[in-house]
Design a protein around this ligand. Structure first.
Ligand SMILES: *[C@@H]1O[C@H](CO)[C@@H](O)[C@H](O)[C@H]1NC(C)=O
Ligand SMILES: *[C@@H]1O[C@H](CO)[C@@H](O)[C@H](O)[C@H]1NC(C)=O
Ligand SMILES: *[C@@H]1O[C@H](CO)[C@@H](O)[C@H](O)[C@H]1NC(C)=O
Ligand SMILES: [Zn+2]
Length: 483
């Protein structure tokens, strides 16, 4: 009897630790993450975002890296977000499966996965909208709209501050201020939902470099901008300054996927009378610019790019929003290489540390001029350095002039060639010289770093302290801030 029980117990343990392809409900989701963490305690950490969903379900994240819980210089941070629309569920299960796979392959000494986890910090949020998932699932999962929004029926992918409007306005006015635009928001179109606030805080507290959000209902990798510049509702290509890099990121996913990029596959909505849905994206390599498909305001993708240093794309993972349980494992095999290839993209371009004699320089600005062709072309989207003075600048192969600048220092420039087929970013460090007066005193806050046209003399250089203060005031006010 004792023997019998013991065997039963071991059997139970083994079975419970084996990942099963199924639709995991909101109670099972953290248990899967917990099992992965128990198998791989040294390279994983589970945490919840700063606030739960409307129905009080925590938004769980699992991170993979060799020093969980800490940002390390030279180590880019990447995230995947699933299930932002509650009735689009494949991403949620793929991320649970990916968590299990990363752990298992790490333990099996898979050299590719070991290298990835050694060099990268990866965060997986399987469900951003657990309440929508619950509603959709209770209704059988097959409705095109039920469960799309959160429990306030708000579409979370329309709920982010509209920074596109700000960047388009600056573009029209010729103001060269093109990053970390959240502090320029004066008014929100709608109150922020708890899920949105939680994700915004997350996006801004971790120095993400690369990201993808997962949807369903079509099969395509969609890249910024999602919002058109003229206000056109559809079919207007809306290029960001990093259009070339974003296309490359989207194509990486599409071409590594089983058939996202296949020209011979059928489109998702062959019988649809809805023009915005009738594309066959396979015929264009499995990628699309967001607004060239249809325009949307308040999306998470453009918010990432315009509020932080992160480059985010949107993955539509299949025609079915809520695939059947017995289709999930096959979908995993169709997506696995794409999921891994995309994570490696955090290592393209250049990275480095900006410092001076006294130490790391936080909030230094890295700006890029593309000198690949005969005419030098600035890429009007700067990135900034983090706490360790570290920056990550995703770029496609080519030649670039890189400038590092920081308040009170002489800017420095270097030329770099980004080679084809990178598995590691080129390292380009900068040591800046402080500006001194003739008497040796340090030069503070030089006027040339301020905007000429700005009311209230807003500094050109993004200051984390100021930025955090504004962000927090937007996030903390339950009311829509007024001008
Ligand atoms: C975790 O690290 C400890 C200390 O280095 C080591 O003894 C242990 O075997 C590791 N565990 C796993 C599952 O790799
Ligand atoms: C909110 O959640 C409750 C509890 O699950 C559910 O009964 C209700 O229908 C949901 N409302 C919406 C609008 O999703
Ligand atoms: C840099 O310029 C070359 C030549 O004009 C162009 O083909 C390439 O797409 C540009 N790269 C980026 C990252 O914009
Ligand atoms: Zn969606």
């Amino acid at each position: 009897m004792v023997f019998y029980r013991c065997v039963y117990f071991i059997f139970f343990l083994t079975v419970s630790a084996k990942f099963v392809w199924k639709h995991h409900n909101n109670d099972e989701l953290p248990l899967v993450l917990e099992e992965v963490h128990e198998k791989c305690p040294n390279i994983t950490r589970i945490y919840a975002l700063s606030e739960p969903s409307v129905q009080n379900v925590p938004l769980y994240v699992i991170e993979f890296t060799e020093m969980p819980g800490f940002h390390q210089p030279y180590k880019p941070e990447v995230k995947y977000i699933g299930n932002i629309h509650g009735n689009e569920v494949l991403g949620r299960e793929l991320l649970l499966g990916l968590a299990d796979y990363l752990c298992e392959q790490y333990l099996n000494n898979d050299p590719n996965i070991r290298a990835l986890i050694h060099k990268t910090r990866i965060h997986l949020l399987p469900s951003m909208n657990p309440d929508g998932w619950q509603l959709s699932t209770s209704f059988g999962g097959q409705d095109y709209l039920i469960g799309r929004g959160n429990n306030h029926s708000v579409d979370l992918n329309r709920n982010f501050p509209d920074l596109d409007a700000i960047t388009f306005e600056y573009e029209r006015l010729g103001i060269n201020h093109n990053n970390h635009l959240l502090k320029d928001v004066t008014r929100l179109a709608a109150p922020l939902e708890p899920e949105t606030r939680a994700v915004m805080r997350w996006i801004m507290s971790i120095p993400f470099v690369l990201s993808a959000a997962m949807h369903g209902g079509d099969l395509v990798a969609n890249y910024p901008y999602d919002e058109s510049k003229s206000g056109a509702l559809a079919s207007e290509y809306s290029a960001s300054p990093d259009d070339d890099t974003f296309r490359e990121l989207a194509m990486t996913y599409a071409t590594a996927h089983a058939d996202m990029a296949s020209a011979s596959r059928p489109g998702c909505h062959i019988n649809s009378h809805d023009d915005t849905a009738s594309y066959n994206f396979g015929k264009q390599g499995g990628v699309t610019n967001g607004a060239a498909w249809y325009s949307l305001k308040g999306g998470m993708q453009d918010f990432n790019y315009l509020a932080t240093n992160a480059f985010e794309i949107t993955l539509e993972l299949g025609c079915k929003k809520y695939p059947l349980e017995n289709e999930l494992e096959n979908e995993w095999h169709r997506n696995r290489e794409a999921l891994l290839a995309y994570l490696w993209k955090a290592h393209i371009g250049i990275k480095g540390i900006v410092s001076d004699d006294t130490g790391f320089l936080e909030n230094a600005i890295i700006s890029i001029v593309n000198i690949t062709g005969p005419n030098p072309k600035p890429i009007r989207h700067d990135v900034t350095t983090g706490t360790y003075g570290d920056y990550y600048r995703l770029l496609t192969p080519g030649r670039y002039e890189v400038t590092a600048s920081h308040v009170g220092h002489y800017p420095a420039q270097r030329i770099v060639t980004v080679p084809q087929r990178q598995s590691a970013a080129r390292i380009l460090n900068f040591k800046l010289e402080p500006i001194r007066y003739a008497d040796g005193a340090l030069f503070f806050d030089p006027p040339f770093v301020r905007y000429p046209h700005f009311i209230g003399e807003q500094p050109r250089i993004y200051k984390r302290s100021l930025y955090e203060k504004v962000t927090n005031s937007i996030l903390e006010s339950k009311e829509t801030p007024k001008e």
